[in-house]
Design a protein. Structure first.
Length: 514
């Protein structure tokens, strides 16, 4: 049977392969969609998607709590318990799906008021929204059994089937964008794709787990036996809430205080940045389960050592990606889509900081979850409330810049300051001032030095290179990205022992399994 590390490696390899495919496809598709469908259509898609995500708030925490509950019975091959837990999951998801369906119908009644100034027929928002709602409801009523694949560290099975289906869908959407009624084709393909994926995924689950028998009635009966599951769900709900608020409310605020066009402009940069950042996230798929097992060994010094190694690597990756994106994103957008799709430098800087925080905080979140310390449920709620208030105030004053600034302020307060403190106090039971902040301040100094040097290098590069051509943009990105990568690699290797330990650990594992 493959080990946890081997499964993590397979998950990582599959994620990396498909992220490369999705990045390439996203660049081509976005350009053709903007040309043939328009910025308002794509802005509408982003806004409706965020509305639906906000309705999905009722689910937050259930999947995570069930996944954690499944680890032990899967390890012991306790099929009866697995059937019970997945049935409970299906019972809860069915109820959530019913709530979302009702909420979606009610929300759509207000579309004539919400989208009265959209430059397209009103039936377009309705068709688009209901196709998205249909896709979401399939996940609740049919696809919930995929939780057993995730809990078994077989996420690569889900990713492979989903990404292949999505790739075919996007290619067909590009081709049909040149046809008459291209809006309709785009929407119909959205609904058709998720239907095909549902048949494929559930066929795979039946083949791999022929003994998996679940039902709504069984889940309802067994629900009372899993009170701890509901308690964990409510705790995790609060923490997932902040993630949803930041990722699903931004487009709504931009639409409210700017326009659908601004949503699309922001979406161009956000897609570019998130695709590149998510490429590296794919390397760590399944890491959370491994961290949970490490903590269960009850070796405090080893746990802290691994935590610091992962922290160093996260800051290194986050710094390399976001600094490079800051210097290279606008030339790429200009070449890819045109000057009319550029946004201000201040917006780019804030978006890069946001992406950096999302990357840098992951190690803290993983270990905090591994310890199972969720008593600070007020912190994500405070983050959500703070983000809403600041987004309204700063959005009215400064538009897109104000909304992005609101996000960064709240993230710094909760993700970068509070969560590490709470992890060290409740998890490691050590002083955060002595054992965490000196290390993190060192990383910020290394990153600041790199930014300063990269700014000087860019000035030199701009003096002799034309970045309005394909070759110029490619050379500019290679030079800047290469310099930042090498400079940060040198800094972290010379000045951080945890980075050296992390590299040695990887090389040792590779040597042992060569």
């Amino acid at each position: 049977m493959p080990s946890r590390i081997q499964k993590s490696i397979v998950n990582a390899q599959v994620n990396v392969i498909f992220y490369v495919v999705s990045i390439v496809l996203a660049f081509f598709s976005r350009k053709y969609f903007l040309q043939n469908l328009g910025t308002e259509f794509l802005g509408l898609s982003g806004t409706l998607g965020d509305m639906l995500n906000l309705m999905n708030i009722t689910e937050l925490g259930i999947g995570t709590a069930v996944g954690v509950t499944l680890y032990k019975p899967i390890f012991g091959n306790d099929r009866e318990t697995i059937n019970d837990i997945v049935s409970v999951f299906g019972f809860l998801y069915t109820r959530v799906g019913a709530i979302i369906a009702a909420a979606g119908i009610v929300l759509s009644c207000f579309f004539p008021l919400m989208f009265k100034d959209v430059g397209m027929p009103l039936y377009i928002p309705y068709l688009m929204f209901y196709s998205m709602l249909y896709a979401s409801l399939l996940g609740y009523f049919v696809n919930y059994k995929q939780i057993i694949l995730s809990a078994s560290q077989q996420n690569y099975v889900i990713v492979t089937r989903y990404q292949i289906t999505i790739t075919i869908k996007v290619i067909l959407q590009i081709l049909t964008s040149f046809l008459p009624y291209n809006y309709i084709w785009w929407i119909l393909l959205e609904a058709l794709t998720i239907t095909v994926y549902t048949f494929i995924l559930n066929g795979t689950i039946r083949k791999r787990y022929p003994w998996l028998q679940t039902s709504y009635r069984q889940g309802k009966e067994k629900f009372r036996e899993y009170k701890d599951l509901w308690t964990k769900t409510k705790q995790v709900f609060c923490f997932k809430l902040s993630y949803l608020a930041f990722n699903s409310s931004t487009n709504i605020f931009i639409y409210s205080f700017a326009s659908l066009t601004s949503v699309a402009l922001y979406g161009n940069y956000n897609m570019l940045m998130s695709k590149i950042i998510n490429f590296f996230d794919g390397l760590f798929t399944g890491m959370a389960a491994s961290i949970g097992n490490l903590i269960a060994e009850n070796d405090k010094q080893k746990t802290i050592a691994v935590f610091k190694e992962l922290m160093s690597f996260r800051y290194y990756i986050a710094g390399t990606c976001t600094i490079t994106l800051f210097f290279c994103s606008t030339p790429i957008i200009r070449l890819w889509l045109g000057e009319q799709y550029e946004i201000s430098t201040a917006c780019i800087m804030l978006m890069c900081i946001h992406q950096f925080i999302l990357q840098a905080r992951i190690a803290v979140d993983n270990f905090k979850d591994g310890f199972g310390i969720f008593d600070d449920y007020w912190s994500p709620l405070a983050e959500v409330v703070g983000n809403i208030i600041l987004s309204i105030v700063l959005g009215k004053l400064y538009g897109l810049v104000g909304i992005l600034l609101a996000i960064v302020i709240c993230e710094v307060a909760i993700k970068l300051i509070w969560k590490p403190y709470y992890l060290y106090k409740k998890g490691f039971k050590e002083s955060v001032m002595k054992n965490y902040w000196p290390l993190i301040f060192k990383y910020y100094i290394l990153l600041s030095v790199c930014i300063a040097c990269a700014t000087g290098v860019r000035a030199k590069v701009m003096s002799f290179m034309d970045i309005d051509t394909v070759v110029g943009v490619l050379l500019h990105c290679l030079l800047m990205g290469g310099f930042i990568l090498l400079f940060l690699s040198m800094e972290f290797w010379l000045f951080d022992s945890h980075s050296r330990s992390f590299v040695r650990r990887l090389l040792s594992y590779r040597k042992d399994h060569a």
